[in-house]
Each structure stands twice: as structure tokens, then as C-alpha cells.
Design a protein around this ligand. Structure first.
Ligand code: GDP
Length: 282
């Protein structure tokens, strides 16, 4: 679904999220492990403020394990706890619950002093569209629930979902706007499907992905499609993939739309390989 983020929407989103934040002890900030910087909301720090926060590198099953490690170290250097997660399988959830328990320890002790024992930790999930918020809510709660619509901000219901680890999760996540000033960030978001083929037509987008993969992960491209890359232009590589995959139309021409869809789809599913597309700049 397309979302158009206007200044007015952003302001409203921010306000409704900040209102919800007053009800929780901790924030689970979801980002995409393949593009941790690009998938972060530009003003997340000022939205979350001093509230305890865990950065969740979600879809870490699709990213590179070396990349996952580097990003965790990077966030540690900034004094922010992070955890690698696969929200689909639930891998990493136990670690998330542990971190969440530790980060809310002070508050729990303050409650215990006042005689409130075993008060659940209240959490809310924040993240840009398609980063896996609904999947994580379903995984934590064990429900098969419907997808939370990608409407800006927080939907009104504000129910608490009890999960394991004595956690209470706000049932509707805060949907944040992505970065959109930097064209490279836009490309990363489009490659991973965070913004659905909105910024470029599918053929140009796939060609840019082939360019990126050729330059940084030539072996993966090679292995997946069994093609020779040396000395070829990006377009020639794309055509080669097309021929390998039988993307041919009448007259022997390459079906560019078909091969573009294949490359993008296979990248997004992780079948080309475990790929982290960006690393910390510092
Ligand atoms: P939301 O818009 O943030 O609520 O995102 P969704 O929960 O709808 O997830 C978007 C897509 O990413 C869906 O197709 C999910 O199946 C997929 N997804 C979510 N989390 C993961 C994950 O950890 N690993 C993988 N491989 N896919 C995931």
C-alpha cells in the first residue's frame, strides 16, 4: 500500500506515538537488518527521548551474519541495546525478552518498593512500513491476527496483548515514516521492498540491484544464476540472467519485466544469499 507522508501526517503521527509512549516502559524499535541505517526513521531519537529502547535488527535471517555482528557492535558503541531477530520464526525473541527485562529493572524495583509485585513490562513497537511489526506482534502473542494496516501513526484501539516474559504489548504498533531525502536510501528501501516499487520502475530498480550485487557480491550472483560476470555491462548481466531463466519473448528478445521481477523477488526472499546492503559509516 502506498503511503504519502505529508508534513501534517508526520506531525500527527509523532503526536499520537508520543501519547502512546507515555503508557509504556520500553520501546521496541524495528529496523531491517539488511539496511539498518536506511530503515531507521530520521527523527527516531527525538521521538523516543529518554525512554528505554531496544533496537531490533529484524529479518536478520536475510542479512549477512558478519553484518549483523557489526551493526550490533555499532549500536552498543552508541549505548543502545540491540538484538537480531527473525520475527517469522521467532528466533531471537527470548533474547529480546531478556534485554527488555534488564532495561526495565529500575522501574520494576521502584514498583516493588511500593508493594506492586510482578507488574508486567509494557512495550510498544515502532518502525517504518513492512519492517515486520505485525509479524513480531503475532509471533510474540502467538496469535494469527490480521495485519495492522499501514496507516500512519497509531490506530486507536490501544489494547494490551499479554505475551510470555510477563510482557504487555500495545496491540497496534507505531508506524513511522521512512527517510526520503537521500536517493541511495530510497534505493535500499526499494530493493528490500520497504517501499513497494514506488520510486523507480521495476526494470530500472532491478538493474540498479544487479549493479549493486555485481560490485559487492559478484560470487553470489555468479552462483545463483551460473553466469559469467567479468567484462560485462550491468545490462548484459541482466540479459544473461534473463536467458538463463527463459525470460524470452517472441523473436528471441529478453523479457525485461519478467527477469526484473525474478531478480528482485529472489533478492527479497534471500535466495541470492544473505546480504547486508549497508554498513555503519563511522
Ligand atoms: P509491518 O508493515 O511492519 O507490519 O510488516 P509485516 O509484519 O507485514 O511484514 C512485512 C513482510 O516481511 C511480510 O511479508 C513478513 O512475512 C516479512 N517478515 C517480517 N519479519 C520477517 C523476518 O524476520 N524475516 C523474514 N524473512 N521475513 C519477515
Amino acid at each position: 500500500m502506498n503511503i504519502n507522508w505529508y508534513p501534517g501526517h508526520m506531525k500527527k503521527t509523532r503526536e499520537s506515538i508520543q501519547k502512546s509512549l507515555t503508557m509504556v516502559d520500553i520501546v521496541f524499535e524495528l529496523i531491517d537488518a539488511r539496511i539498518p541505517a536506511s530503515s531507521q526513521n530520521p527523527v527516531i531519537d527525538s521521538i523516543v527521548g529518554e525512554k528505554p529502547r531496544v533496537i531490533i535488527l529484524n529479518k536478520s535471517d536475510l542479512a549477512n551474519s558478519h553484518g549483523n555482528k557489526i551493526w550490533q557492535e555499532y549500536f552498543l558503541g552508541k549505548n543502545i541495546s540491540s538484538v537480531c531477530l527473525d520475527a517469522l520464526s521467532g528466533k531471537g525473541i527470548d533474547r529480546l525478552l531478556e534485554i527488555s527485562y534488564d532495561l526495565t529493572d529500575e522501574k520494576r524495583k521502584a514498583y516493588e518498593k511500593r508493594g506492586v509485585i510482578s507488574r508486567p513490562t509494557r512495550a510498544m513497537i515502532l518502525g517504518i512500513p513492512n519492517v515486520g511489526k505485525s509479524t513480531l506482534i503475532n509471533s510474540l502473542s502467538g496469535r494469527k491476527g490480521a495485519k495492522t494496516g499501514n496507516k500512519p501513526g497509531v490506530t486507536k484501539s490501544n489494547q494490551w496483548i499479554k505475551t510470555k516474559g510477563n510482557l504487555e504489548l500495545l496491540d497496534t504498533p507505531g508506524i513511522l515514516w521512512p527517510k526520503f531525502e537521500d536517493p541511495d536510501v530510497g534505493l535500499n528501501l526499494a530493493f528490500t521492498g520497504a517501499i513497494k516499487d514506488e520510486i523507480l520502475d521495476i526494470e530500472t530498480l532491478a538493474l540498479r540491484l544487479v549493479e549493486r550485487l555485481t560490485n559487492y557480491f559478484p560470487n553470489l550472483l555468479n552462483n545463483r544464476y551460473n553466469i559469467e560476470i567479468e567484462g560485462k555491462s550491468y545490462l548484459e548481466i541482466m540479459e544473461e540472467i534473463g536467458r538463463r531463466r527463459g525470460c524470452i519473448i517472441k523473436g528471441g528478445e529478453i523479457d525485461y519485466t519478467k527477469v526484473s521481477n525474478i531478480v528482485l523477488d529472489e533478492f527479497r526472499k534471500g535466495v541470492i544469499g544473505n546480504i547486508t546492503l549497508e554498513f555503519p559509516k563511522e
